[in-house]
Design a protein. Structure first.
Length: 339
């Protein structure tokens, strides 16, 4: 039997415990939509850090834990606190609503970590645990608005210059993206949503469907369907996400749907689905890249100018010129031995 005093100088000290940071996306806030891994990470944590509203959403998981609540604009402070606690050997769960990597705490935390000299080989381990972002959660409540290409733009100009936001809005509107607007309006920021509407009306019909979801899957959830023309008149706040449809999006029976594009290739007859004339199942559209390049060559041969064709397609002339310089698909395949 070893009677040595564990506190004596001759005793070997216990190895330092390595800390960890779990960047946890808790989804929209309803327990049923939180992943099992997110719940596990919070359950295993010694310390839970988050914005006060998010802390309330996981209150049933916090018994016996150190809880650090921070205000809305204290993201960097949250990340610093997480690193300090992890350096002390604690398991830290730093929570974000939605997904930690989508307007969440993953970015600010890595900035703080890198500034502190952290590397992936550090004793402090970092894990990002994904969750459903607001655009996913809100889309599920209003139909299928994100079935085709979409983008997300934050209207918050607290950290991003407005000209940069306006350029992104202009690009998304012109390119016909379904667009999710995050942080659309607050008590102090009331004009940004009006400016976004103005930019989109330059490219979209006033009747374009818009869905506004507030507090998705939470106690005060509210859903409003409107149009681009009346979007700015709706009840919109910081807990709202605005979904603007593209030129093909429609609303039927209270559901907002963006077609995937099957009608461009297929029709329906008495025998079932049929492929439109000139199209091939499983192959690019006749107006896809190869078909488009072929039509450009034919139009140029017919006497149309490159500038006129660029204006018709809404693309830079130098891009058309570079694309036309590439060998046709069959020649490229022959060069690489593929076919």
């Amino acid at each position: 039997m070893n009677d040595a005093n564990p506190l004596s100088p001759s005793s070997s000290p216990a190895p330092a415990r390595s800390g960890s940071i779990a960047l946890v996306g808790i989804g929209p806030g309803h327990a049923a939509h939180m992943t099992a891994r997110a719940r596990e990470a919070i359950a295993q944590a010694d310390v839970v850090i988050g914005y006060v509203t998010y802390i309330k959403l996981v209150a049933d998981l916090l018994e016996g834990k150190e809880v650090i609540r921070k205000a809305m604009t204290e993201e960097i402070d949250r990340a610093i606190s997480a690193l300090e606690k992890a350096r002390q050997g604690k398991k830290v769960a730093l929570i974000s609503s939605g997904d930690a990597g989508v307007y969440g705490m993953a970015g600010p935390t890595y900035e703080v970590l890198f500034q502190a000299g952290w590397t992936p080989d550090d004793d402090v381990t970092v894990e990002i645990i994904p969750g459903a972002s607001a655009l996913n959660s809100c889309a599920a409540l209003v139909g299928a608005p994100l079935t085709h290409d979409f983008c997300a733009i934050s209207l918050s100009d607290l950290l991003t210059p407005w000209p940069a936001i306006a350029r992104r809005l202009e690009a998304a509107a012109a390119a016909d993206f379904v667009t999710a607007l995050y942080n659309p309006k607050s008590g102090r920021r009331t004009r940004q949503i009006v400016q976004a509407q103005r930019i989109f009306l330059r490219h979209r019909s006033p009747g374009t469907p818009v869905a506004i979801v507030k507090s998705a899957w939470r106690r005060r959830q509210h859903i409003a369907h409107t149009t681009l023309a009346h979007m700015a008149e709706a009840d919109i706040g910081m807990l709202s996400t605005v979904l603007i449809g593209n030129s093909h999006t429609f609303t039927r029976h209270g559901l907002m749907v963006t077609p995937r594009g099957y009608a461009n290739k297929y029709g329906v007859s008495g025998e079932g689905r049929v492929t439109h004339e000139g199209e091939k199942a499983g192959r690019s559209l006749s107006s896809g890249l190869d078909g488009w390049l072929q039509s450009l060559r034919e139009d140029l041969a017919a006497g149309h100018s490159l500038q006129a064709l660029a204006a018709r397609d809404g693309l830079p002339a130098d891009y058309l010129q570079a694309a036309l310089a590439d060998p046709p698909e069959d020649a490229a395949a022959a060069e690489t031995g593929q076919g």
